[in-house]
Every structure is written in C-alpha cells, then in structure tokens.
Write a protein that binds this ligand. Sequence first.
Ligand code: NAG
Ligand code: NAG
Ligand code: ZN
Length: 306
Amino acid sequence: MKYNKLNGWTIVLLIISIGAIRAHKSEDETTTVERSSKKNVYALIMIDVQYCFINGSLALSNGPAGQDGAEVIPVINELIKKVPFDVFAYSLDWHPANHISFFENLESRKDYVLGGDHEKYQMFDAVTYTGPGLETTQILWPAHCIQDTDEAKLHEDLIRLPAGDNVVYINKGRNPNIDSYSAFLDNDKIEKTPLDNELKARNVTHVFVTGLALDYCVGSTAIDAINFGYKTYVIEDACRGVDGTAIEAKLNQLEQDGVEIVNSHQVEQIINSLNSKQNVIDTCTSNKRYDITDENQDDININNCQ
Ligand SMILES: *[C@@H]1O[C@H](CO)[C@@H](O)[C@H](O)[C@H]1NC(C)=O
Ligand SMILES: *[C@@H]1O[C@H](CO)[C@@H](O)[C@H](O)[C@H]1NC(C)=O
Ligand SMILES: [Zn+2]
C-alpha cells in the first residue's frame, strides 16, 4: 500500500515536471530576438545596350529570334524615370581587337584549338581553346564591340546618367583570352569585374537586371548576382535575346536558380511592398521585440511584430 501511494506521488510529480519542461521549451521556440536593421538598397543593372547588339556587327535583329534590341530602351528609360532605384549600373561589352570571341581571330589562335583542325569551325560554332590563358570553350561571334569604336557606345536614346555616387559603368570582356558574358565575372568564373565591389560598397541588396542579350549576358549576370548574394530579378520586357529556344531555356534556369522573372510594370510595386515590410521590421527592431519565424525577410509574418 505504502509503495503504491509513493508511486502515485511520483507520477504526479513527473507530470508536473514534464509540463514545466514543455512550457519552457515552447517559450524557447518563440524567443524574441533583436534583429539588426538592414536597409534594402535597390540597383538597376543595364546590360550592354550598345549599337553592336542593336544595329551593329552583332545585331540581335540578325539572330534566329530576329529581335530588335532598341525596344528595351523606352522600357529601361521609363524604369529610370519612375522607379526609386538607389543605384544604377551600366555594362558595356568592351573587347580588344584580338579578342578570343571573334571568329576573325580563329586563324591566329589555331595552335590552341583543341583537336587541331580549326578549319572545320564556322561562325557561331563553339570551339575549345586550350590556351593561351586557361582552357575555355568559346562561341565564335563576329568581331563586335571593339573598344572605342562608335558601335561599342551605349545607344544615344538610352538615358545615360553621369557616373558618380549612385551610378557605375562597367567595361567587360577586356581580357583578350577569356570572354565575359556576365557583368560580374569572366566565363571561367576566375576574374571579377569591379561590379560586385561597387554594389557592395553601396550596400546594394536587390538587383533588377535588364538589357541585351537575355540568353547570354543578361542571364549570366543574373545567375552570378544570385550567387553573390543579391536578391535578383530579371525584368523580362526590358530584355531582348538571340535565340527563342535559348531564351526560354535561360528563363527556366533562372527561375530554378531563384531569380524572379518580372514585368517592368510590377517593379515599383515590388519595391514599395519590400519597403513597407522593411518599415515593419525597423519598427519591430526599434522596439527590440520581434518574433522571427522565417529568416527570409520576404516571408516574414508581420503579425508577429509585438
Ligand atoms: C546605328 O544607329 C545609329 C543611331 O540610330 C546610327 O548613328 C548608326 O549609323 C547606325 N549604325 C549602323 C551600322 O547602321
Ligand atoms: C553601408 O553600410 C555600412 C554599415 O551599415 C555603413 O557604415 C555605410 O555608410 C553604408 N554605405 C553607404 C554608401 O550607404
Ligand atoms: Zn562580346
């Protein structure tokens, strides 16, 4: 009898302690933490809106999709005028005359062609060069965007803001032995252009990519942007591309990599909405009480702010 009575008390005690542990644990799970305010900074990136890709030696209108690169200009100008971006970045494809990407230079680089037999390659074929730099596979484009030529200039109708605190210009593809589709990195992903450092120096958090060509330089830039830690958007109607199938494939790849494909008319709303969430976070942070249920700021449940 005595034994059973003791057991009963033990069970009661056990239930009480389990309850206490539970309560403690659930308190832990919803711990309010201080969240340091990280202001959103928005950059508009404009890729290669140059004559070479519009009406010059590599005009998109001559490509399989027959697109008109000039059509991005009014869309980008409208974005510059209407949307409150903090930073603007322009890139230019900017090649020396002996650049590896030019079909015209195949002959002078024939000793580096993998497998020899350079004569079998035609314009737009991919060739693997074993040197003189690192091995690289290169599409043979017609000579284009040669430094300081007229066709390498940005189109005169594009709003070209003066370089300064909020405006950067990036010349890419300057190394004769490696191409650079991306405005961040060369095609072997070895050497960075100044773009990432310029954006980081300005505390940029979100980038919106536009320009030419969607299936090459715009796509590569957006993928590097996400890899460098920026929340990344491609504004589809502010881009044109070379090949319809390649454009579709690139858009799918971008979405899989976490890039958001948006329309220019949505951008202002996206930024306003991100800013209102930011304001809620700032208020919560200044009150030093904020329940974080999801580290992804976009998904934060604002009702948790106390
Ligand atoms: C391309 O267009 C610009 C301005 O619209 C013009 O000045 C230039 O001559 C054109 N280039 C070619 C190769 O047609
Ligand atoms: C970037 O953020 C740092 C740290 O918050 C700040 O000290 C710096 O002034 C910011 N730079 C710009 C250009 O806003
Ligand atoms: Zn190029």
